[in-house]
Ligand binder design. Structure first.
Ligand code: KE4
Length: 426
């Protein structure tokens, strides 16, 4: 594939945007080469500025569960922006959207809208600390919750003592209270809570990990966290920015039947427009200003265009058969990739929940960051580049999730599997 225009744009981009991208995830550092510049998308396809066409499994990192530019969302966005892009004032749509989220998500009695998943998590953690009067939080190794300072942390010398910054520019004091434990390890959480449970405001996790690649919770893990947090008087926070409305209309908490105290959302609920949300028990949420004393604000929070599109997205996802169709397509893709890897003698473990999945280049099983980290990143990079050059756009990192949308056809899946078989034999 020729990408001369992308190359020229990238040369300009790196002079005025760090790394030429507005988010490091787009930089292709993990897979080599420079990113194609995308011009447009429609359905399951995207086209770059050189006219190359790709079957897209990134879907803007999750929001586009209906594919690119679905007519019903485009129409909604056009009509909404024609009524005014933003008012900085209360609107009817925000009430309807809050009611729809409360109806859909078991843990949500009240909800606040913000403009990104990062903001949603940052606000939820501040709320957990303000509500409990406690400062420490527990997160999972390999869990990603956006780029607010306190969440950019890694384990200190021992998990229970203190967190260390996982990014330059984050003062040590901002992450000392962030304790990191392995995902899917109840004993590790029990040990930390046993040592300092009275200081822990919340345990926050992706109920299905998506940022170490896809890693489902072990049997009983989420239930165990629910019991442990209840016992120690700390809150359970599910970061469902990826899984919310992805693995079912009531998210991972509905799928597994475990109700957290707070939930964060993003991505799908905005249909590709900037949005985030955090919600949960009324007695917790009412600590937010102006009712309570915990602050969160935002010029574009609850933006009427994003909310109008979000409402239409939820209407689309309530239609019968949507999740069954996603399941069928995603299962066919996973089975096809697995048999192609087997035929090529390439070690591969595919972790999948619904329409989110990751093909790990290792024998597996992959159950946490440590086992995910053993994947052959070079093998993934070679696979990624072959697929990109033959017209399939995968997430440019072994440690990310790929997404199937309702726009992906069985022909898309069959073509992807055929190209994967070719790539794995290369
Ligand atoms: P945003 O601020 O990117 O809207 O959301 C942050 C966030 C919070 N929680 C979870 C579980 C997330 O996955 C994310 C963001 N996901 C990454 C990729 N997995 C977005 C890609 C990017 O940062 O460019």
């Amino acid at each position: 594939m020729r990408r001369d225009t992308s190359v020229r744009l990238f040369e300009r981009a790196v002079r005025v945007i760090p790394g030429g991208v507005n988010s490091p995830a787009r930089a292709f550092r993990a897979v080599g080469g420079d990113p194609p510049f995308i011009e447009r998308g429609r359905g399951s396809r995207i086209w770059d500025v050189d006219g190359n066409e790709y079957i897209d499994y990134v879907g803007s990192w999750g929001p586009l569960i209906l594919g690119h530019a679905p007519e019903r969302l485009v129409r909604e966005a056009r009509e909404a922006v024609g009524r005014g892009s933003s008012f900085g004032a209360a609107t009817r749509m925000e009430v309807e959207f809050a009611e729809a989220l409360a109806d859909a998500v078991p843990s949500i009695e009240m909800v606040r809208l913000v403009t990104s998943g990062t903001e949603a998590v940052m606000s939820a953690v501040r709320l957990a600390r303000g509500f409990t009067g406690r400062d420490k939080i527990i997160k999972m190794a390999g869990g990603y919750h956006g780029h607010s300072d306190g969440l950019l942390a890694k384990a200190g010398s021992t998990a229970a003592t203190f967190g260390l910054p996982d990014s330059a520019g984050v003062p040590r004091g901002y992450t000392e209270g962030t304790l990191t434990v392995p995902y899917n390890d109840l004993e590790a959480v029990e040990a930390v809570l046993g040592q300092c449970g009275a200081e822990v405001a919340c345990v926050i996790l992706e109920p299905i990990a998506g940022n170490m690649g896809v890693v489902p919770p072990r049997e009983g893990y989420l239930e165990g966290l629910r019991d442990l947090t209840q016992k120690h008087g700390c809150l359970l926070v599910f970061d469902e920015v990826i899984t919310g409305f992805r693995v079912g209309y009531s998210g991972a908490q509905g799928l597994y039947g475990v109700t957290p105290d707070l939930t964060t959302l993003g991505k799908i609920i905005g249909g590709g427009f900037p949005i985030g949300a955090y919600g949960g028990r009324r007695d917790i949420m009412e600590h937010m200003a102006p009712v309570g004393s915990i602050n969160q604000a935002g010029t574009l929070a609850g933006n009427p265009v994003a909310v109008s599109v979000g409402l239409e997205m939820l209407r689309a996802l309530r239609e019968p058969g949507v999740y069954e169709r996603l399941e069928a397509r995603a299962a066919a893709l996973a089975e096809g990739l697995a048999s192609a890897a087997k035929a090529a003698g390439v070690p591969m473990t595919i972790n999948r929940v619904g329409s989110m999945m990751t093909p790990f280049f290792c024998a597996g099983p992959v159950t946490d960051w440590e086992t995910a980290d053993q994947s052959d990143r070079q093998a993934f990079a070679r696979f990624f580049r072959h697929m990109l050059d033959t017209g399939v756009y995968l997430p440019p990192s072994q440690m990310e999730a790929l997404f199937v949308s309702t726009a992906h056809t069985s022909d898309d899946i069959n073509r992807t599997v055929a190209l994967a078989a070719e790539a794995l034999r290369a």
